[in-house]
Design a protein around this ligand. Sequence first.
Ligand code: SF4
Length: 364
Amino acid sequence: MYNLADQRWRKQPKQMSLDTLKQVVTRIRDHSYLHEVRKVKIGLHGGEPLLVGPDKLETIIDTLQGTLWSAGIDPRITIQTNGLLFNERFGDLLLRKGVTLGVSVDGIPAINDLHRVDHKGRGSSKRLEEKLHLLSQHYHRIFAGLLCVVNPLSDPTETFDYLASFKPPTINFLLPLDHHDRRPPGKEHNLSDAPYGRWLADAFDRWASHPTPMRVLMFNSFINLLNGKQSLTESHGTNPASIAVVETNGDIEAGDALKATDEFATVLGLNVSNNSFDDAYDRVVGQALSEGLGRLPSACQSCDLVKVCGGGDAPTRYSKANGFKNVSVYCLDYAFLIDHIQQRMLVAQASMRQLQSRVSMRQG
Ligand code: SF4
């Protein structure tokens, strides 16, 4: 996010003050109370949230949990981190507080180190592996999962096996947050190919045959949607937005993936000091960023796959000329993957039917 089009973070406070945090949690409490929501998900992310240190992190968690628990609301807090600062002190704290930790890693060290480097430009994978082993072996109860941005030049099976070796309960594959004006790697000159779709289809097959059960949010979401159920993420399907982002200065903004498109794409003109989360919801829907099929271009609205694909992540449809009224730069990748999953589901259903008929013949 910090290398994307929106660079306003440079002018914002490095950390959220305790006063702003108290306003945020009051807004969350009031919103939950008003809508009779008894569970809320709160993600702490940055930058790098562990940079606040264990003492301030404990204060942040206590402030969130204390305010919400006393109103009968159960906050599920997750921290998204690059993992490099994780240690026993953080582990013990999060275990005690029941807060989970998701780690970003982009695959095997040779791939991960292409982008995830320290201030001296050195790859971080070796240090990260130590932290992931610590998390996986000693703090598995707080391990939320791994987040991996797909690199189509990597080997999908090798990548999946590497991620799975840390026994994450969940893997979240993301496609690079690129769009029509800044094409994704491997699609710079040609959008009518599906390198990401092929990569994900191979990863899907590896996942489906893997001995360790784990959720892969994109795959589970597509399976759910193909079965007429709910997506597990905002990125797929046609559900309205359910995420609001609060910046360190208290500004309430739309989902931060949109920062890939334009400097002011997430700006709603709202702040927790003056505005509620209902104001944010009305503003997001008013801007038609995330409400149902009407937000999509006509090609998506008439597409057979729209209820599953949902037009993909909104930023991936963006161009300066047309706004979000393009199909996604990953249109063919989504179509390839969804078709692949559908074929696999049909084969699995046919063999289940065969099995059931063999069992009933035996019983008969
Ligand atoms: S992005 Fe492509 S596959 Fe997805 S709904 Fe639109 S046209 Fe269909």
